[in-house]
Design a protein around this ligand. Structure first.
Ligand code: HEM
Ligand code: HEM
Length: 176
């Protein structure tokens, strides 16, 4: 749960920052700083998501609420696995694109920890290809978040079950 909310906040910030920084005046120190911050948060999301996935695979999940149609449970499960794929695929394509960039700008996490680049041939065409994928995944991510939040609110307000409440740090009933 803690990882869910930390990662959720980071991902929302990251999409906003990605959109803003790519529209800043090129070559300024501000833009440089924004890119470094984007890369730092992105790599942190990658590490946190791998931890979360390991946790998820090693621990049982609460049962789905009763009364869902057969397709509803399946769609929810597929969407959640889709999120794990995005949580790893999104930073990975970012990492790949900076690694393929002929600019070869170093990545220094939070101005402190140097982060290595992947051993790729530097080529603008490869960088561009990963950039396109990174961008497309960003929009897919945003659309899935909208559906996910819609689904959570539907459970809370329309179906009146405890799916949202049990995901909150207080107020839910948890079988432990
Ligand atoms: C969950 C993590 C991440 C999310 C949600 C995310 C999201 C985004 C978004 C929405 C954009 C703007 C795309 C556009 O409109 O041009 C962007 C651009 C970018 N991202 Fe990420 N990103 C993530 C992780 C990373 C990581 C880990 C790196 C590098 C280590 C990275 C490097 C970049 C770069 C260099 C750009 C600019 C690409 C361009 O010039 O068009 N991102 N990202
Ligand atoms: C913004 C990025 C977000 C991501 C990437 C994300 C991802 C996920 C994932 C992967 C799960 C499934 C957990 C599992 O079964 O392994 C989940 C569950 C859940 N999320 Fe999110 N989430 C985000 C934001 C939100 C927000 C803003 C809300 C609230 C409005 C929310 C509410 C929930 C709830 C209630 C569950 C529990 C579903 C259940 O018990 O089956 N999430 N989320």
């Amino acid at each position: 749960m803690a990882l869910h909310w930390l990662i959720a906040a980071a991902v929302l910030g990251q999409i906003g920052l990605g959109l803003v920084m790519t529209r800043m005046t090129p070559g300024t120190m501000e833009q440089w700083g924004a890119y470094q911050l984007h890369k730092s948060i992105g790599v942190t999301i990658l590490l946190a998501s791998v931890m979360r996935l390991v946790w998820r695979l090693m621990n049982p999940v609460p049962p789905q609420p009763a009364g869902l149609g057969p397709w509803e449970g399946r769609v929810a499960r597929a969407a959640h696995w889709g999120f794990y794929a995005l949580l790893i695929g999104m930073p990975l394509t970012g990492w790949l694109l900076v690694s393929a960039s002929p600019w070869n700008i170093p990545t220094v996490l939070f101005d402190t920890v140097p982060w290595p680049h992947l051993p790729l041939d530097k080529a603008a065409a490869t960088e561009d290809a990963f950039k396109q994928v990174h961008r497309a995944l960003g929009w897919l991510f945003a659309a899935m978040i909208a559906l996910h939040v819609g689904a959570a609110l539907r459970h809370h307000w329309l179906l009146k079950d405890d799916v949202l409440r049990r995901m909150l740090p207080v107020g839910g009933e948890r079988a432990e």
